[in-house]
Design a protein around this ligand. Structure first.
Ligand code: PEP
Ligand code: MG
Length: 321
């Protein structure tokens, strides 16, 4: 498997019935970009920008932020790059952007809420992205969107900064993370206002099942294959498709052997996984037919819990061996 996967790592992955699934990777640093190219990644589906200067005690300058994005775009060539704006708060503290202590940080100021509360920070990052955009195929993504109101505010800020810089936004796709249940449920209302959705299954699972993703005792049962999460993935992908937009997954499920057939069956078109597993995910996609994945996903959504879905997947893999 490993040898076959590696031999075809630079080829695109098509299902046996001819459907292209884009296999992208998640990165956190400029130096991850050449590794992604080496592994055959077709795109960066998620640059977690909060990790670019993770250890810095001082705020990165606009020029530094621009240079980092420019360097990644240059390495990627014609491969698209999704940069997620700062996703700080919750489990992700940043030394240079301290936030007030909260009783429930996962339910408080995190992601886009921080950006909207500190617009100067968001504006500076957006300017750095816009200035770097001429170096490649840039896509901008907002984290933790939970309402159309937040998306509208974030897009207004982006449009204002682009206008000030005189930058044409027509070639820059703008999308959002779907990682809050309200966003998945309301995906049909959000879809007309974005170019793409990227589902963050890590947070979507924790918020859907009400289990802290890092909980020492409970995190193990916070399984993203829970039918409730799968139904939200389907709602999201259906809403995007109806509006002529595309849906990816950049949470941990995108690189999981049990999840890949289900996500493809639910209508996900891009999987952004951790860089080392890109060749294996491509290899797996090549072994699947979209039609059988759709049938499988329908079955999974009628299971009562994640355990039943895992059982279903065991049978599926056995029949495939
Ligand atoms: C997610 O929540 O699934 C996601 C991709 O974002 P992060 O893990 O960075 O919160
Ligand atoms: Mg998240």
């Amino acid at each position: 498997v490993q040898a076959a996967a590696n031999a075809a790592k630079d080829e695109k992955a098509y299902t046996t019935d001819g459907v292209h699934v884009e296999i992208a990777g998640n990165i956190a640093k400029v130096s991850d970009a050449p590794k992604l190219v080496e592994k055959g990644g077709e795109a960066v589906g998620l640059l977690r920008s909060e990790f670019l200067y993770e250890t810095s005690a001082v705020f990165p300058t606009e020029a530094e932020q621009e240079q980092a994005v420019r360097d990644v775009l240059t390495t990627l060539g014609d491969r698209p790059l999704i940069v997620r704006t700062l996703d700080v708060g919750g489990d992700k503290p940043l030394p240079y952007l301290p936030l007030p202590e909260e009783e429930n940080p996962f339910l408080g100021e995190r992601g886009i809420r921080v950006g909207l509360d500190k617009p100067a920070v968001l504006r500076q990052q957006l300017r750095s992205l816009l200035k770097a955009a001429d170096a490649g195929r840039l896509r901008i993504m907002f984290p933790m969107i939970s309402s159309l109101f937040e998306l509208t505010l974030a897009k207004e800020i982006l449009a204002e900064e682009a206008a000030k810089l005189g930058i044409d936004m027509s070639t820059i796709e703008v999308g959002i993370m779907i990682e809050v249940p309200s966003a998945a449920v309301m995906a049909d209302m959000l879809a007309p206002h974005v170019d793409f959705f990227s589902i963050g299954t890590n947070d979507l699972t924790q918020y859907t099942l009400a289990i802290d993703r890092g909980h020492p005792k409970l995190a193990g049962i916070a399984d993203g294959l829970h039918p409730a999460v799968l139904r939200l993935v389907k709602m999201t992908a259906d809403a995007a498709r109806a509006a002529g937009k595309w849906t990816g997954v950049c949470g941990g499920l995108a690189g999981e052997k049990d999840a890949v057939p289900l996500l493809v069956g639910l209508g996900v078109e891009e999987l952004s996984c951790s860089v080392p597993v890109i060749p294996e995910v491509k290899h797996q996609v090549r072994s699947l037919s979209k039609a059988e994945c759709q049938e499988l996903a329908m079955k999974a959504m009628t299971c009562t819990d994640a355990k039943q879905v895992r059982e279903l997947m065991k049978e599926f893999h056995a029949a495939h061996e």
